[in-house]
Design a protein around this ligand. Structure first.
Ligand code: ATP
Ligand code: MG
Length: 221
């Protein structure tokens, strides 16, 4: 049973790394299942979509962090029950594009710094304790400062602002999320993957090597 998570802000390269890892591990004969959050392909993500499309307000900071965290947690629980509980139990390697800590990055960042400790205790207890979804074996945090990740997001939308969700439209908020990510991942033992060196984004393959080597060590015990 193993569960590996790739975290990082929008456009940091999570999906790219999940694809590279999945291909590499499968080519070595491992049984791999990839999952992604939010799980837009299921109705379980409906409340998350309502939030991201601005139905609860256009400013993410004004929408209750605990309520929104519950939306994302429910989506994860349903995905677990429907898509990967059996695979996880049978020993497959589960690779997840975002997980519980994305709640901290995007929702915890809305809270005052002094309220964040209580929030994270609540979050861990809610998702891992009460709901009982599995705890990750390792979390990899793609450290890509917003000035770089924004360019990657722009590539996707090609100037069409209307397609962006309420997080992607808000640069101040993105910067606060990045800060929250830096703080929490280094404090919780995530593996920090430095993706920008000498002012340049490393190529996907170089980032992949760092993550892959670490995962191999965990798998080989
Ligand atoms: N290391 C890299 N160097 C240059 N471009 C990259 C790198 N990694 C990913 N990209 C490109 O940047 C864009 C965003 O990458 P990707 O979709 O993997 O990010 P993401 O973290 O999954 O984003 P989102 O959170 O929005 O899903 C894609 O066009 C991808 O090809
Ligand atoms: Mg992605």
């Amino acid at each position: 049973m193993s569960l590996f998570i790739i975290e990082g802000i929008d456009g940091s390269g999570k999906s790219t790394q999940i694809a590279l890892l999945s291909e590499r591990l499968q080519s070595e004969g491992f049984d791999v299942k990839t999952v992604k959050f939010p799980n837009y392909s299921d109705r379980s993500s409906e409340p998350v979509k309502m939030y991201l499309e601005g139905e609860l307000g256009a400013d993410p900071s004004a929408v209750n962090a605990y309520a929104v965290s519950a939306f994302y947690a429910v989506d994860r629980f349903i995905s677990y029950k429907k898509l990967w509980e059996k695979e996880y139990a049978s020993g497959k390697i589960i690779l997840s594009d975002r997980y519980t800590m994305s709640n901290y990055v995007y929702q915890g960042s809305k809270l005052k710094p002094e309220d964040r400790k209580a929030y994270i205790e609540w979050l861990y207890d809610f998702e891992f304790g009460k709901m009982g979804i599995p705890q990750p074996d390792r979390t990899f945090y793609l450290d890509v400062p917003p000035d770089y990740s924004i360019r990657q997001v722009e590539k996707r939308y090609q100037g069409d602002e209307s397609k962006k969700d309420i997080h992607e439209q808000n640069l101040d908020y993105l910067h606060r999320c990045y800060q929250a990510g830096q703080e929490v991942f280094s404090a919780t033992g995530a593996v920090m993957i430095e993706c920008v060196r000498n002012g340049k984004m490393l190529p996907p393959e170089a980032i992949h090597e760092m993550i892959y080597n670490h995962i191999k060590q965990v798998i080989d015990g």
